[in-house]
Design a protein around this ligand. Sequence first.
Ligand code: IMP
Length: 187
Amino acid sequence: MRDPAIGEILVQGDELNRRVSQLGTQITADYADRSPVVLVGVLKGALFFLADLMRRLDVPCEVDFMAVASYGSATQSSGVVRILKDLDAVIEDRHVLVVEDIVDSGLTLQYLLRNLRARGPASLEVCALLTKPARSKVELEPRYVGFEIPNRFVVGYGLDHEERHRNLPFVATLRQPEPGGGSGADW
Ligand code: IMP
């Protein structure tokens, strides 16, 4: 049975597959003379996207992870970011591709890029599965974007709300619970 907390499906599983495959082809071509590439997955949301994308790359690549926490409310980041887990690898003179689940205001990514750039990588680009252009607060255009979505709070394919719903094989909006226990309007 479908969870009543899940609203409209914005990106179906087969669309995710197709787009990740396209991104893999594009990144493979772009990094033909810039390998090995170090994929930096931002935990935990980029988990499935990173795993699927990496299997579509036909260039030498490595993987590493960072975990960050953004101070702010449950659905709004402040731009003040704390590193919970740093990279194992040294990225000086390496080609780095940051793999993000979603760029909302862009504040988290802006902080992350500033931090990584200071380590002197040979190149630094971003591949984001989703962006919400209407919410952008910073001048920051990821080099690779899976899908632009409207200003809605979404879950699935790695994205969570309070750690739930990451396992959904599609991206869907979340329905705001009503005080009476019913499922209300979409966020
Ligand atoms: P930003 O700093 O506003 O760009 O927020 C980025 C982070 O907030 C993402 O990496 C997610 O962890 C989280 N986030 C933003 N929007 C959503 C959403 O719609 N669903 C789930 N997480 C989100």
